[in-house]
Design a protein. Structure first.
Length: 203
């Protein structure tokens, strides 16, 4: 499979300045997006992206840039786009307009990129690190009284290894459904209609 391209923050800033039709799609949760996002970007959370990625790829040929907090979820969105495209499209370079922001929003901010900020919420990655780290520490501290708890710490460690190996974290998906990680945002269908309308205006 042909790999789609990765853009650094400076490349994306220059591209957005030169081409207003670039579509920046933020795949973080709605609450993370509300907390901070690149002005003009659209939010289609990772959990709903798979069923909509085909329509996204059909909306014109202007560049698409997937964005998340650190880059991991955006890379997974990139893989979904590749899986959705048929072999003929890939052979013709059909994914050459699909990109990932390397380093995510943190790299964007460090490069001086503007962020629109709202209600603050921890990123999903930060929540996962806090919860898993807390479970490991508590399990180790209490294992002196309940020896079996050491296996809990082992299970968490193995889970993190699997999550890194597969680039999929079940805990992250679960956290996305909790109330503090939700926000009132347009549905993916509405966002895609906005993409279609923008593509027609730029045509």
């Amino acid at each position: 499979m042909q790999e789609t391209l990765s853009w650094d923050a400076q490349t994306l800033r220059s591209a957005m300045a030169a081409n207003p039709a670039i579509r920046v799609i933020d795949v973080r949760s709605a609450a993370e997006f509300e907390s901070e996002h690149i002005p003009g970007s659209l939010n289609i959370p990772m959990g709903t992206l798979e069923e909509h990625v085909g329509r996204i790829l059909e909306v014109g040929s202007d560049p698409i840039v997937f964005v998340c907090q650190m880059g991991g979820r955006a890379q997974k969105a990139q893989q979904m786009a590749g899986a959705e495209s048929d072999a003929g499209a890939l052979a013709d370079g059909g994914l050459g307009h699909v990109h990932v922001l390397a380093g995510g929003l943190r790299a964007w901010e460090q490069a001086g990129g503007e962020l629109k900020r709202g209600r603050r919420v921890w990123s999903a990655e930060r929540q996962v690190r806090f919860i898993t780290g807390s479970i490991v520490v508590i399990s180790i501290l209490l294992s002196g009284f309940v020896p079996a708890l050491k296996w809990v710490a082992l299970f968490i460690g193995l889970g993190l290894i699997v999550a890194a190996w597969t680039n999929f974290c079940g805990l992250e998906q679960l956290l996305a459904k909790l109330p503090w990680n939700r926000a009132t945002r347009p549905s993916p269908d509405v966002v895609i209609e906005q993409l279609i309308a923008a593509s027609r205006r730029s045509a």
